[in-house]
Ligand binder design. Sequence first.
Ligand code: SAH
Length: 395
Amino acid sequence: MNASPSCVFPLVVAPYVKNDKVNLLDLEIKELTNFFVGLGEKPFRAQQVLKWIHRQGMDDFSQMTDLSKALRECLSSLCEIRAPLVVQEQCSLDGTRKWLIRLKDGNHIETVFIPEKDRGTLCVSSQVGCALNCSFCSTATQGFNRNLTTSEIIGQVWQASRRLKSIQNNPEENVPFYKCLITNVVMMGMGEPLLNFEAVVKALSIMRDDLAYALPRRRVTLSTSGVVPNIDRVSQEADVSLAVSLHAANDELRNRLVPLNKKYPISVLMEACKRYAAYKPGRHITMEYVMLRGVNDKKTDAKQLVKVLQGIPCKVNLIPFNPFSGTEYETSTVEAIDAFRMILVKAGLVTTVRKTRGSDIDAACGQLVGRIQDRTRRHAKFLAKTSKQKLFLSD
Ligand code: SAH
């Protein structure tokens, strides 16, 4: 017999309370279990509710038919299931979809879904803007506002699944069902996930949970520009795949491309990758390398990269640079990318070239910008710089 649910706030939920209601999207299974136990309920209620929320995409407690009416009413009065709102959808010619998502405080972020023959990848944001200022990334030009909460991160997956299900169920949309399935998630949207550690790790555990999205470890990837102390933490506290945004094989160049390198230089980053590999034997780290014409795409760069990666179980993903308005960089030529790739392959490194998707709607890597209230004044500076360049060009 269940104890009748009490409608008094259990103490255990206090840390998650933002307004007056608890947003259940903020809670992973352990926290949800504590929440129900705090209500005087059986722990397995958490499993039922997690399934309703994430498998069924439900946000209405009154429809959770395997809960008693009293419990449903209690939940409606205490809690909410509130994801950030999708306010715009753009669909690329190649089927990629980009959603503009409005947060409670008026900031906007972007989430992208990339359907391919054998998989559907959701690219999720972790912060409003980004604080890192990588010189080839368009999100950087927007500046930074704040970290996303767990509900805002997992809420992107929740909204995307609901939208894709409704597309799948609508014959007028005429989209084959396999193009509506999220099989992979990459934390490669706006922001640096390892600078928002707790919220990101919680969201990752919900993505992995069999009662929620049930994504296998290999299909959830966290990409970092190299926040070394948190690479160590992630190996202990999350069970996902790791990608590292390397982009250069010497410190002088990497300092320019990824300024975080001044804090954690390549040798320190590679040591962290070795420690990670030692904790997680048998796993490969993906090394991301953006191909910038005449900047990091020469044969000598490739040879240097081979040396840097020696002894690290990894594969390399070459990303053709995606241009954006005001950038000083250009994409490497197809020939340069191929020659670069061949040097790595000959040295025994598995190397792939990322296909550019959704560029006609600015949904490709590094093109996500949202609409954010910049707290760093970087956006204003970027606009001033680009308008000066335009004046100069039209002189
Ligand atoms: N902050 C994280 C995740 C965000 S970006 C990180 O740095 O890894 C995801 C990937 O896209 C990173 O490898 C990033 O360096 C790359 N990227 C950013 N801007 C790009 C651009 N304009 N063209 C191609 N790739 C870009």
